[in-house]
Design a protein around this ligand. Structure first.
Ligand code: XBP
Ligand code: MG
Length: 239
């Protein structure tokens, strides 16, 4: 195998609380009486994509607004992205345990690195620059609206494979959510899942490996076919 393809939100970093805060900041800025608490956001996260999530919320709630939805949703999402990028630039996030070591070891072994995410390019660039100190670490960044169908559709992984010029069997995907796992499997990839705070209770049937985080990377190298995998396959999920 020749490449690792990483999801971003929840996989590289626990970013969803920052996304939730950014949505709420955008609502307040627009003087909308909306506030997403953690329970509501966990439900809404089942919809991939911030704009799609907003549309679901508005349509489900039959919420009336004096601005037509087709204008309201992009405007709110742009404001939300501005708040999110500011939060990331302010250093409000860090890489999940084990991510930096695994990425650096992959680089050392000449394994190519790519991103396949639902979030927008400006969010990805901000996180990579802040968390890794290098926005160019990943040679392929497939993200957001580059594809029509978001996760759990395979499109974003298909795009990453196309840009890598590699077949699915040459790559290993890293995800945190059921939507992401389904997208990776539908694209024919093996997939390691490290559930995040918002996805701990989701269904990861079909995952090739489920780990609490990437600190114990032995099973990852074994799955990738490049290591001795001394660790037992798939550590029990931390409580
Ligand atoms: C998770 C998502 C994104 C973020 C919000 O992406 O579904 O929609 O929640 O970001 P990932 P946007 O595939 O990295 O897990 O508002 O930019 O969509
Ligand atoms: Mg994710």
């Amino acid at each position: 195998m020749s490449a690792f393809i990483f999801d971003v939100d929840g996989t590289l970093s626990e970013t969803e609380e920052m996304h939730r805060a950014a949505f709420n900041a955008a609502f307040a800025e627009a003087n909308l009486p909306w506030h997403w608490d953690t329970d509501r956001y966990r439900e809404l996260l089942k919809v991939s994509g911030g704009k799609e999530r907003l549309r679901t919320f508005v349509e489900e709630g039959e919420i009336v607004s004096d601005m037509p939805f087709d204008a309201l949703i992009p405007a709110l999402h742009q404001a939300k992205t501005r708040h999110y990028v500011e939060a990331v630039a302010g250093g409000q996030t860090a890489l999940r345990p084990g991510v930096l070591d695994l990425v650096m070891e992959a680089r050392r072994r000449g394994i190519r690195l790519a991103i396949a995410t639902t979030t927008s390019r400006e969010n990805v660039d901000g996180l990579l620059a802040t968390a890794f100190g290098d926005a160019d670490l990943f040679e392929v960044i497939a993200c957001g609206d580059m594809v029509a169908e978001k996760k759990p559709a395979p499109d974003i992984y298909d795009l990453a494979l196309e840009r890598l010029g590699l077949p699915a069997e040459a790559c290993l995907a890293f995800e945190d959510s059921s939507n992401g796992l389904r997208a990776a499997k539908a694209a024919g990839l093996r997939c390691v899942v490290t559930p995040a705070r918002y996805t701990l209770d989701e269904d990861f049937t079909g995952a090739d490996l489920v780990l609490p985080d990437l600190r114990h990377a032995g099973p990852v190298w074994k799955l990738f076919g490049a290591g001795d995998g001394k660790q037992p396959p798939g550590l029990p999920l931390s409580p």
